[in-house]
Design a protein around this ligand. Structure first.
Ligand code: NAD
Length: 344
């Protein structure tokens, strides 16, 4: 079985892809600078799946020579590219950093692939490439007009890929995730960002007495309860889509792009209610003003991923998704940092 290079493989979604790949019989090299990722995530997977070669190589995606050396050393046949900066707010304040990592860094990975003759690339893109939606659900035909540097940098890569296909034969599958959520149901790996900006982990943290209160940004949106509607898609369903994308490319499929979501929106208030049901605790929150750049509703249509790739997401109900995040949170209340000795 071949070896897959997973950039950002020590991060939240990347580590779930590493686990899914290893379970499917691939050897995996996680390539990560650990700026936001966790060595321990990769160690836990390697320990849990001893039959596979799972290696962490520390490095920056901007280091083309190191990426190329890693590709050659491990005889890599395909690349899944998760490594990125991904905070919308930070991207507004530091656009240079976002263009440097998400565009220039990604092009270095692709240049290393071209140099080494690797022709299969699965790219983590985002709903943020669509900007303010004209209508929901959002399918692949929806215009892409990002309204922040984060979305713009991801779209810049999307736009480069057809030219790299033509010039270098690099076939790509672009996967645009909506809101990644939940955790590995085995509880080995989960979400541990610092600072944490995502709604579910923040709502879980707000159940702890004395923990930070959740701020809900706006309750005057044109939605049924006035709070924003988002599409939460389970992280292991995303990992499954990556395996299918890899298979698609291995079978000679053409370069393509797919939106990945649940197809149904949950409002922030519904999400809070789900967290209260699952945890049987109160979520302490305050209502704040709208945050600029937040669309009222973002819901995906993933019909193409289902019909073309055969994607079958397993998590539909928001309570199911929250409950896997809660399992992770209970076992790892301080994320990877607080793991009991010997668990890594
Ligand atoms: N989390 C979401 O809801 C979501 C939604 C849409 C798209 N995405 C995309 O999915 C991907 C993964 O997101 P995530 O939530 O797992 O984020 P994450 O921060 O947990 O993972 C990103 C990983 O990339 C690594 N990294 C960052 N810069 C690097 C560099 N220059 N060189 C090498 N490694 C580097 C980090 O250390 C981290 O391990 C990103 O590309 C993101 O844009 C995420």
């Amino acid at each position: 079985m071949s070896t897959i290079l997973v950039t950002g493989g020590a991060g939240y979604i990347g580590s779930h892809a590493v686990k899914a790949l290893a379970l499917a019989g691939y050897d995996v090299v996680a390539y990560d600078d650990l700026s936001a990722g966790h060595r321990e995530a990769v160690q836990r997977i390697a320990k849990g799946i001893p039959g596979r070669v799972i290696t962490l190589v520390e490095g920056k995606i901007s280091d083309r020579a190191r990426v190329a050396d890693t590709i050659k050393r491990f005889d890599v046949t395909a690349v899944m590219h998760f490594a990125a900066r991904l905070s919308v707010g930070e991207s507004m304040r530091a656009p240079f950093d976002y263009y440097a990592t998400n565009v220039s860094g990604t092009l270095e990975v692709l240049a290393a692939m071209a140099e080494c003759g690797v022709k299969a690339f699965v790219f983590s893109s985002t709903a943020a490439t669509f900007g303010e939606p004209e209508a929901n659900p959002i399918d692949e035909g929806h215009p892409q007009r990002p309204i922040n540097p984060y979305g713009a940098t991801k779209l810049a890569v999307e736009r480069a890929l057809p030219f790299l296909d033509r010039a270098h034969g690099i076939k790509s599958v672009v996967l645009r995730y909506f809101n990644a959520a939940g955790a590995d149901p085995d509880g080995w790996i989960g979400e541990d960002h610092s600072p944490e900006e995502h709604l579910i982990p923040r709502a879980l943290a707000a159940t702890i007495h004395g923990g930070e209160r959740l701020v809900v940004f706006g309750n005057d949106y044109p939605t049924p309860d006035g709070t924003c509607l988002r599409d939460f898609i389970h992280v292991t369903d995303l990992a499954d889509a990556h395996l299918l994308a890899l298979k698609w490319l291995a079978q000679g499929g053409a370069s393509d792009a797919f939106n990945l979501g649940n197809g149904r929106g949950a409002s922030v208030k519904e999400l809070i209610a789900a967290v209260e049901r699952v945890t049987k605790k109160h979520v302490a929150y305050t209502m704040g003003p709208r945050r600029s750049g937040d669309p009222a509703a973002l819901v995906a249509s993933s019909e193409r991923a289902k019909s073309v790739l055969g994607w079958r997401p397993k998590y539909h109900a928001i309570d199911q998704i929250v409950s896997t995040a809660w399992t992770w949170h209970q076992a790892n209340p301080h994320g990877y940092a607080g793991a009991p000795k010997g668990q890594a």
